[in-house]
Design a protein around this ligand. Structure first.
Ligand SMILES: NC(=O)c1ccc[n+]([C@@H]2O[C@H](COP(=O)([O-])OP(=O)(O)OC[C@H]3O[C@@H](n4cnc5c(N)ncnc54)[C@H](OP(=O)(O)O)[C@@H]3O)[C@@H](O)[C@H]2O)c1
Length: 254
């Protein structure tokens, strides 16, 4: 679907996006703002949230601060309108080797990537439940499908987010709340700019934003892209451990 076609058929009016200062979150904020939606944009760097578009309103925030998240959700609902869709894109990444197990790094990644989403849900779900409608979505990753070398700190945060979505979807659906999990492959953003390995099927962030919004507008549970990379990784997810680890050691660790 073209961006213009996506923009004509959006089922939301007010959207809250975390991780909106750069990368995928920023592109999603711009796409939705250009489509005429009211966008509340959050991230820690306030200066990166201002002047993006007249429809984008800055709500600077650290997602690991539960009290600040609660205040921000209340402020957005008071100052703008009820949040129809929340997209939690805030995330951090750090590659580590097996000889670099630093609990502080693991805790930091889990704090932003996973607990940050839980903090948002704790404030969003009660108000959406009262309204009997709403859509919550978070960006996990294809890195959450199966364990990958160097991803020991990052991968488990994304696997946890996929599992969280599976846990919550059936119950929340009965309450009128849609749950979606977005699983991108490699996207060219500040997060991946220092990667020193080939990134197959690398996608631009505006394309990732369009794919995300097209999937969410259809109410999909999982929005995953690029299609061919996702198919390969989903196939790898079905492989028995012996074969999977043989391929990993031959193809990735070499
Ligand atoms: N790029 C990829 O290849 C790829 C692939 C799969 C999944 N993802 C996921 O997609 C999401 C967006 O990543 P990206 O590639 O767009 O990376 P990015 O450009 O580095 O964006 C990360 C965003 O998260 C925000 N953030 C980080 N820590 C935060 C905190 N404590 N509180 C609030 N905001 C925080 C950053 O803003 P501030 O620094 O201003 O706070 C920034 O806006 C992440 O969840 C990432 O894991 C990315």
């Amino acid at each position: 679907m073209s961006t213009a076609a996506i923009q004509k058929n959006l089922p939301w009016k007010t959207v809250w996006i975390t991780g909106a200062s750069t990368g995928i979150g920023r592109e999603i904020a711009l796409l939705l703002a250009r489509a005429g939606l009211t966008v509340a944009a959050s991230a820690r760097r306030a200066d990166m949230l201002t002047g993006l578009h007249p429809n984008i309103h800055a709500y600077p925030l650290d997602v690991t601060d539960g009290a600040a998240v609660a205040q921000t959700v209340a402020k957005i609902e008071h100052e703008l309108a009820p949040i129809d869709l929340a997209i939690m894109a805030a995330g951090v990444y750090q590659p580590i080797s097996a000889d670099q197990i630093d609990p502080a790094v693991f805790s930091s990644l889990m704090g932003v990537n996973y607990q940050g989403v839980v903090n948002a849900l704790a404030s969003l779900l009660p108000v959406m439940r009262v309204r009997g409608r709403g859509h919550v979505a978070w960006i996990a990753s294809v890195a959450g499908y199966r364990g990958l070398p160097k991803a020991a700190a990052y991968g488990p945060t994304k696997a946890a987010l996929i599992n969280l979505a599976e846990c919550l979807k059936p119950e929340l659906q009965r309450q009128g709340i849609t749950v979606s999990v977005v699983n991108p492959g490699f996207v060219a953003t500040p997060m991946t700019k220092d990667n020193d390995f080939p990134m197959p099927f690398l996608m631009q962030p505006n394309e990732a934003a369009s794919r995300t919004i097209a999937g969410l507008a259809k109410g999909k549970f999982e929005v995953a892209f690029p299609t061919r990379f996702v198919a390969i990784l989903k196939f790898a997810r079905c492989l028995p451990y012996g074969l999977y680890f043989w391929i990993i050691s031959k193809a990735i660790l070499k």
